[in-house]
Design a protein around this ligand. Structure first.
Ligand SMILES: C[S@@+](CC[C@H](N)C(=O)[O-])C[C@H]1O[C@@H](n2cnc3c(N)ncnc32)[C@H](O)[C@@H]1O
Length: 231
């Protein structure tokens, strides 16, 4: 991630949760994660790392199902928004640990050497310049037998570009993830039993004409869920 990209997410942090498309994508992703993860008793023992947690929409949804959740984001503004939700809501889960960091190594001191049972990430991969590097990092953050499970919209062709308004293309490294590429990247990072499937489809607002800023069009975007296990 570039500094400009982090600055953009800092600026967007306060209004992030008011975007209905973001809320809907999180709700659908949460459902998909629960459908793909082990049963509740096993899941409740998991320590989880979330990369690119934003304001913690998915973190707060998943936290009641797991033992602990370390929520990481490179944008301090996003982490401040999550910290404020945790501090101001007495009903917020107590097992969420937010950290502002651009995670580039499993040996980053912020993790204190902790290794996790599960790594998740939602709507982040399209912002990551170096996908092989991020999956090597996530692989290194897991215990043996640990799982990675990530969701993002699919690059299904040129129309996938319309996921973002033209004014928000800074920091968009790819217009969604590609099935073949993501499978190869997970396998090359060392993951076994790699599966890449359609998780859900979501209708969202798009510009009626690219670049006109009028978000009154609608388009359906497929999302992929990609999983693997560390040997
Ligand atoms: C599109 S937002 C998604 C936020 C959240 N997952 C959601 O769906 O609401 C992408 C987030 O990923 C973060 N990010 C991107 N690369 C990162 C990295 N290597 N480490 C930590 N955070 C990262 C950005 O700061 C940004 O907040």
């Amino acid at each position: 991630m570039t500094d400009a990209n982090t600055a953009r997410f800092n600026a967007e942090a306060l209004s992030w949760d008011s975007n209905p498309d973001v809320q809907q994508a999180t709700a659908l992703a949460h459902k998909a994660y629960l459908a793909h993860l082990p049963d509740a008793p096993t899941l409740s023992t998991f320590s989880v790392l979330e990369l690119g947690c934003g304001t913690g929409l998915l973190s707060l949804a998943l936290a009641p199902s797991v033992r602990s959740l370390t929520a990481i984001d490179a944008a301090p503004g996003m982490i401040a928004a999550l910290e404020s939700k945790l501090a101001n809501n007495p009903a917020a889960p107590q097992n969420v640990h937010p950290i502002a960091v651009l995670l580039e190594s499993p040996d980053d001191p912020v993790l204190n050497g902790q290794r996790f049972d599960l790594a998740v990430s939602h709507l982040v991969l399209h912002h990551i310049p170096d996908l092989p590097a991020v999956f090597r990092t996530l692989h290194g953050c897991l215990v043996p037998g640990g799982k990675v499970m990530v969701t993002d919209f699919e690059n299904f062709g040129p129309e996938a570009r319309r996921f973002h308004p033209e004014s928000k293309m800074d920091g968009v490294e790819r217009h969604g993830i590609e099935r073949g590429e993501i499978r190869r990247v997970l396998e090359e990072a060392g993951f076994k039993d790699v599966k890449v499937e359609t998780a859900f489809e979501m209708e969202k607002r798009v510009e009626t004409e690219p670049g006109n800023g009028v978000l009154e069009g609608r388009m359906v975007f497929p999302f992929l869920i990609c999983e693997g296990t560390k040997a």
